[in-house]
Design a binder for this molecule. Structure first.
Ligand code: PEP
Ligand code: MN
Length: 347
């Protein structure tokens, strides 16, 4: 269908083009006439000869509107294309160019489980050990974590392997204690909008790994990051971990596009959690690959010595062998990512 929208002519008589004569073309009048037509700058459609039923805005105005949704998070937005925050924790730089992998069990269970996992993920290339001591479980009957005992085991694993530690803090009152043992404090998906927790965690001075709420928009995530920064802590790592949608084939829908958006608008490092997005270990390597291609600065992945016996999230946890294979398979993708200039904006 051309020239009409719902039976209405797009090219009204008032916009009809003048007849072009051979003489005017030869003598340049036609060319001159085109130059006189204003460029498309919020005008009336004169340059295209079309009359739109809605008021038209220029590309710049439309683009400006898109960015306005992030305006409540001014301190985490880029001020120039190469403006980026490098978060340093336990001798590791996140967001500084090198791809960083955090790996470990969903929950800290036993010394043996944690130590075995720490050594094996380190050997496969992970730089940060994850493990929950305080677990936000959907069921009150499920394992809630070892608490302080778990934190002590994490600190032991750091002392033995040199890995930095990331672990979740669930309550504001626990923030100083968790910060004593951890290099990075994780704010879980369920806590992204717990502002008292954001404040307490921020004020410990430890870097914050801020997971996207499962029903949070990218703008919501950035607003929570802004809260942390506003409390005087600029060291925030954003994490895409999947969101709730109508799709049921994965535990959550992995929003790989959010990584692209965050890398474009925010200066903060962005990592991906393919484990909690997938909910199934077979899907984890594919999601991890897509995160690398999207420009993520790193991954956080669940790994367990015997996933079928894990006390939490075993279905999505990789075995040591699977983790090693995934890391090896990711290497060429990481090399490609390093060769690309993700600081460039296409806007
Ligand atoms: C976790 O990392 O084990 C966890 C509970 O993550 P999320 O907050 O993303 O569900
Ligand atoms: Mn988990």
């Amino acid at each position: 269908m051309t020239g009409q929208v719902e039976g209405r002519p797009l090219q009204g008589p008032e916009n009809k083009r003048k007849e072009t004569s051979f003489d005017s073309l030869v003598h340049g009048e036609e060319h001159q006439r085109h130059e006189e037509i204003p460029s498309f700058d919020g005008g009336d459609g004169a340059s295209s000869g079309l009359v739109s039923p809605v008021p038209q805005r220029s590309g710049a105005q439309v683009g400006g509107g898109w960015r306005e949704q992030f305006a409540d998070a001014p301190d985490v937005l880029k001020t120039s294309p190469d403006d980026h925050t490098v978060v340093r924790a336990g001798g590791i730089a996140i967001g500084g160019g090198a791809f960083v992998t955090m790996a470990g069990p969903c929950s800290v269970e036993t010394e043996r489980q944690l130590m075995d996992t720490a050594w094996r993920v380190a050997a496969a290339g992970a730089q940060v050990l994850r493990g929950g001591a305080f677990k936000p479980r959907s069921s009150p009957y499920a394992f809630q974590g070892l608490g302080l005992e778990g934190l002590k085991l994490l600190a032991e694993a750091r002392a033995a392997t040199g890995l930095a530690i990331v672990t979740e803090v669930m309550a504001a009152a626990d923030a100083p204690m968790v910060a004593e043992y951890a290099d990075i404090l994780q704010i879980g998906s369920r806590s992204m909008e717990n502002y008292a927790l954001l404040e307490a965690a921020a004020k410990t001075g430890r870097p914050i790994l801020l997971k996207r709420g499962m029903v949070a928009t990218v703008a919501d995530l950035l607003r929570s990051a802004q809260c942390v920064v506003s409390y005087g802590n600029p060291n925030v790592i954003l994490c895409e971990r999947g969101i709730r949608t109508f799709e049921t084939s994965m535990r959550n829908t992995f929003d790989v596009g959010a990584i692209v958006v965050l890398k474009e608008v925010s200066k903060l490092p962005v990592i991906a959690d393919p484990s909690h997005a997938a909910g199934r270990r077979s899907l984890v390597p594919g999601l991890a690959r897509s995160a690398v291609a999207a420009g993520a600065d790193g991954l956080i992945v669940e790994v367990h010595p015997d996933p079928d016996k894990a006390w939490s999230d075993g279905e999505q946890s990789l075995t040591f062998g699977e983790f090693g294979t995934m890391m090896a398979d990711l290497a060429p993708w990481c090399a490609l990512r390093a060769a690309c200039d993700y600081t460039e904006t296409y806007a």
